[in-house]
Design a protein around this ligand. Structure first.
Ligand SMILES: *[C@@H]1O[C@H](CO)[C@@H](O)[C@H](O)[C@H]1NC(C)=O
Ligand SMILES: *[C@@H]1O[C@H](CO)[C@@H](O)[C@H](O)[C@H]1NC(C)=O
Ligand SMILES: *[C@@H]1O[C@H](CO)[C@@H](O)[C@H](O)[C@H]1NC(C)=O
Ligand SMILES: *[C@@H]1O[C@H](CO)[C@@H](O)[C@H](O)[C@H]1NC(C)=O
Ligand SMILES: *[C@@H]1O[C@H](CO)[C@@H](O)[C@H](O)[C@H]1NC(C)=O
Ligand SMILES: *[C@@H]1O[C@H](CO)[C@@H](O)[C@H](O)[C@H]1NC(C)=O
Ligand SMILES: *[C@@H]1O[C@H](CO)[C@@H](O)[C@H](O)[C@H]1NC(C)=O
Ligand SMILES: *[C@@H]1O[C@H](CO)[C@@H](O)[C@H](O)[C@H]1NC(C)=O
Ligand SMILES: *[C@@H]1O[C@H](CO)[C@@H](O)[C@H](O)[C@H]1NC(C)=O
Ligand SMILES: *[C@@H]1O[C@H](CO)[C@@H](O)[C@H](O)[C@H]1NC(C)=O
Ligand SMILES: *[C@@H]1O[C@H](CO)[C@@H](O)[C@H](O)[C@H]1NC(C)=O
Ligand SMILES: [Zn+2]
Length: 807
């Protein structure tokens, strides 16, 4: 999309009249034309005045948006006239559920997967795939589908090198030849940095396949000794420092796993290291492995030894999205911020375990053994290849040369956004999946989700054709740029925040739809109940027990919201309750080649989901979950589950504080000035009140729903209908805005983009969720003042939630 093109509105609010024909003279006609022209002019002027001049829109214009400020248009703020909550649908709910649970088909999911995985679709590199997606959704019946673009700062790979260099033993002639010092080094191992081409898997041999590299990695050329730092977690680095392993000026050889890769590089950089090499250790693969005699892909389910995990090294826990536009959308012409503090400054590259073996073996016998630390250091899977997992540093005369060349550009990325108008346009449910992948394939991440999403939308289309009009409005999103740092979703949420703030009910994310048979989900507690119910409405592809549902096979563990996918901006920035779900591998599944060329159509068809049943299962579940939230007159949330969740998180915080060094016990046996229990009394009290208010409110909501189900009220009891609608709106608004109460405008300490006081990604983990991050981080820093400050802030937000529910 060219930079100066007019932005198409999110929902076309103004219908522009076609040019009029000139008719034979007739005064009446002329008068009519004049009146119409005046009306049209007034409408346009009003629209422009609202769009451009009211102060709310100042930000919008400052950020370079050319068109009217739609997100703040009254259309999005007030109920529409028809918003009486009565469905205008011509089909019954049961019929809808039936359509949604019978329409998705294996062969269709396979067809969509085949398309998405047939060519590279690195973020910002494949407009035709966005257009194809838009065209399919329009064909399915979502006429209102458009491409929304952002101008994003990203890197693309130019070149790389990793070589193990060894100093040659000096020959007599070399003695004293100081100036030819470079010539003394010989290449002991030149890393391939490439994945093998497999005859069976055509994706692995595509001419235009994507090189191995890290998104947002720094360019650089460093030569230095290196140290094996295990997973490179904060704790791993603490232990290395405690053991006096020298890190400064060294290159870190890091194992993938545990935490988000960018935070491994960040910690290495903070400690003065000059480069990072991150490898995949087969010890983290589970039961199937080369070592256990399982055949490697494509002959079997064990890891292909040359597979490399690409991925972003952005500091995702500090701020996702375009690093040059934190907190506002990356529109053409907006001011750009410096990126230091958001992405690394030391070069990093990802490598395979084949390339890692010579590097690890060269450390054998140098420095402490990893197993001398603790159990977290003792799981490497390359012992059978002669690796002893010594930490190093590499001895004198043994160094790594790491070269990373990246081109940084500001380039368009394309979200595809579809809208199904509901009867209620101020209650909106958003469904999203990202489309971009690190590789030409991406059959698991993300296109198993994309294929499923197309089936969800095709099912919605079938229902619409039969007369369905959703009660609430549905927004469908195919995000670009997720892999670099949740970019497409973050920029979109930042752009439409005022509208989302007023109208969003929930966001339902599916990133990886399936890579195995094990269902997994994380959710905001408000959504736990409806999620569990929905899982019991879809049959599992696993029919070991006849008619068992996804819910029957699932362990019902619902994780807290962390980060690592597109729900982050919705949950943590906008305060919209989210679900993130999909099927993953269990302990016995074939190894999934995450972010590798072998996450391909062939792998999926042969090992991941032969039969494509799990694609269909996730599509049905997603559609039915959406339908339950969209169609039930009373929003299907449960506030009590939220209150109970918060109580549990506070108990964990107290335990953590008691374990911490916040309250040093004095050596002289003197009583410490503080009790070991932090005093969170006000928070405890308000949480009890929240529990009570929530329980009472859920009961009120349930009785209203029961009343509606029992007697829908015929149209001629219109007065009672109106009164009931008012009660319904009051209940729904409380559910709709409850999560929003937990936002704190100033955001978390040191990462103000994150506004939610309950959920955030862990500062040093990235993927995993931290609950009450302000409290937990204050405890980690030993900052008792911070603990009480955050206890106060949280008490305030919970107080707002109580007030909302009790009002
Ligand atoms: C959705 O609703 C808006 C506002 O009522 C209307 O302008 C638009 O045409 C509708 N879109 C579709 C596809 O019905
Ligand atoms: C875009 O994706 C399509 C479908 O996967 C593929 O055929 C095409 O080659 C890709 N285009 C580019 C420019 O990579
Ligand atoms: C990296 O730096 C070394 C030493 O300065 C130099 O010899 C080498 O050519 C550089 N490599 C690249 C790829 O620029
Ligand atoms: C690390 O060095 C410090 C100071 O030199 C010393 O006190 C400590 O014992 C050393 N620790 C280990 C594990 O060697
Ligand atoms: C793969 O390894 C597992 C675990 O050792 C074993 O149970 C299984 O039989 C192996 N499968 C094959 C095909 O070798
Ligand atoms: C969201 O809406 C609430 C209530 O109208 C308002 O107080 C708050 O400032 C809004 N937040 C944003 C970020 O627009
Ligand atoms: C299939 O279902 C059975 C019975 O519920 C269960 O024991 C088994 O673990 C499931 N298998 C998979 C691969 O999910
Ligand atoms: C499974 O479901 C079908 C259709 O609802 C039903 O006819 C059948 O009896 C069920 N079988 C079992 C074992 O529950
Ligand atoms: C606190 O310490 C106990 C005992 O060491 C441990 O079991 C528990 O997991 C710790 N709790 C937290 C929250 O760190
Ligand atoms: C919560 O409800 C319980 C039982 O209904 C009651 O005893 C208690 O006083 C209430 N607490 C608060 C803080 O409202
Ligand atoms: C909400 O959740 C609580 C706790 O799980 C449960 O006791 C209550 O019955 C639920 N309320 C409704 C209306 O489902
Ligand atoms: Zn993904």
């Amino acid at each position: 999309m060219p930079e100066d093109s007019e932005r198409t509105p999110l929902i076309a609010v103004v219908q522009v009249a076609p040019p009029r024909q000139r008719y034979p003279h007739s005064t009446l006609r002329r008068a009519c034309t004049t009146i119409l022209a005046v009306i049209l002019l007034l409408a346009v002027v009003t629209y422009l005045v609202i769009g451009f001049i009211i102060p709310d829109c100042r930000d919008h214009r400052q950020h370079g948006r050319k068109g009217p400020c739609l997100s703040k248009h009254p259309f999005f703020r007030h109920h529409s006239v028809q918003s009486l909550g009565y469905s205008q649908s011509n089909i019954q709910y049961d019929e809808l559920l039936d359509i949604l649970s019978t329409t998705p088909k294996e062969e269709k999911a396979k067809e969509w997967s085949k398309y998405y995985t047939s060519g590279p679709h690195l973020a910002g590199k494949n407009l035709s795939q966005a257009e194809w997606t838009r065209d399919r959704w329009q064909e399915f019946g979502i006429g209102n589908t458009e491409i929304v673009s952002y101008d994003v700062y990203v890197n693309y790979p130019l070149g790389h090198r990793l070589a193990l260099l060894e100093k040659k033993s000096k020959s007599k002639e070399d003695e004293g030849a100081e100036d030819s010092s470079k010539a003394e080094w010989a290449v002991k191992y030149e890393a391939k940095l490439k994945e093998d081409v497999l005859d069976e898997d055509e994706t692995s041999g595509l001419e235009d396949r994507v090189p191995t590299f890290h998104g947002y990695s720094a360019s650089g050329n460093v030569t230095a000794p290196y140290v094996y730092v295990n997973y490179g977690t904060y704790k791993d680095f603490e232990e290395l420092q405690a053991a006096n392993v020298s890190l400064k000026g060294k290159i870190a050889l890091i194992r993938y796993g545990g935490i988000f890769r960018g935070l491994k590089v960040k910690r290495a950089q903070d400690l003065g290291m000059v480069g990072a090499v991150i490898y995949t250790d087969p010890g983290d693969d589970g039961a199937l492995s080369d070592e256990n005699g399982n055949k490697t892909y494509p002959d079997g389910g064990a890891r292909e030894p040359s597979s490399v995990q690409r991925g972003s090294v952005q500091y995702i826990s500090i701020a996702p999205g375009d690093p040059t536009t934190p907190g506002y959308p990356s529109l053409p012409g907006v001011p750009r911020q410096p990126v230091d503090g958001a992405i690394p400054q030391i070069p990093s590259i990802p490598i395979s375990y084949l390339d890692a073996i010579p590097l690890l073996k060269a450390l054998n016998g140098y420095g402490p053994k990893a197993s001398s630390f603790n159990k977290y250091w003792d799981g490497g899977g390359l012992g059978y290849k002669g690796v002893k997992y010594n930490i190093g540093p590499s001895p004198d005369g043994l160094e790594l040369n790491l070269v990373n060349e990246q081109e940084y550009v500001t380039t368009p990325m394309w979200d595809v956004i579809g809208i199904i108008n509901g009867t209620l346009q101020d209650e909106v449910v958003v469904l999203g999946n990202h489309r971009d992948a690190w590789i030409a394939g991406g059959a698991g991440d993300p296109n198993s989700g994309s294929a499923a999403m197309n089936e969800v939308i095709r099912s919605f289309g079938v229902a619409i054709a039969k007369g369905w009009k959703p009660l609430r409005t549905i927004v469908l999103a195919s995000w670009d740029g997720e892999e670099y740092g949740l970019i497409g979703s973050t920029e979109w949420v930042e752009e439409y925040l005022p509208w989302l703030n007023g109208s969003a009910v929930a966001y339902l994310n599916v990133d990886v739809g399936t890579t195995g048979p094990k269902f997994g989900a994380s959710a905001a507690p408000l959504l736990n109940k409806v999620l569990i119910e929905a899982t019991h409405m879809v049959l599992s592809p696993n029919q070991t027990v006849k008619n068992q549902t996804i819910g029957d096979v699932w362990n019902k563990h619902i994780a807290t919201m962390g980060s690592g996918s597109d729900f982050t901006a919705f949950q943590d920035f906008a305060g919209i309750p989210c679900v993130d779900m999909g099927f993953t591998q269990d302990a016995h599944s074939p190894v999934y080649h995450y972010h590798s060329n072998y996450d391909s159509f062939h792998w999926m068809d042969t090992f991941g989901d032969p039969g494509w049943h799990y694609h269909v299962a996730i599509a049905k579940l997603w559609a039915i979950l959406a339908a339950k939230i969209v169609e039930t007159p009373v929003i299907q949330f449960n506030a009590t589950d939220y209150a109970d969740g918060l109580k549990g998180y506070v108990d964990k915080v107290k335990e953590k504080a008691a374990n911490s060094s916040l309250f040093p016990t004095s050596d002289e046996g003197e009583e410490s000035a503080w009790s070991k229990d932090i005093n969170l009394k006000p928070l405890d009290i308000i949480l009890t009140r929240l529990r009570n208010a929530s329980f009472a409110f859920d009961a009120t909501a349930l009785s209203l729903q029961t009343e509606i189900d029992a007697d829908p009220l015929p149209w001629w009891k219109w007065w009672e209908r109106v009164k009931r609608q008012q009660r319904l709106k009051a209940v729904n608004q409380k559910y709709q805005y409850l999560e929003r109460q937990f936002l704190y405008a100033k955001g978390l300490d040191e990462r103000p983009w994150f506004k939610h006081v309950v959920f955030a990604p862990g500062y040093w983990t990235g993927y995993a969720g931290a609950t009450f991050p302000g409290l937990v981080e204050s405890i980690d820093k030993g900052d008792l003042g911070g603990v009480y400050r955050w206890a106060g802030i949280i008490t305030g937000t919970v107080g707002k939630a109580v007030k909302l529910l009790e009002s």
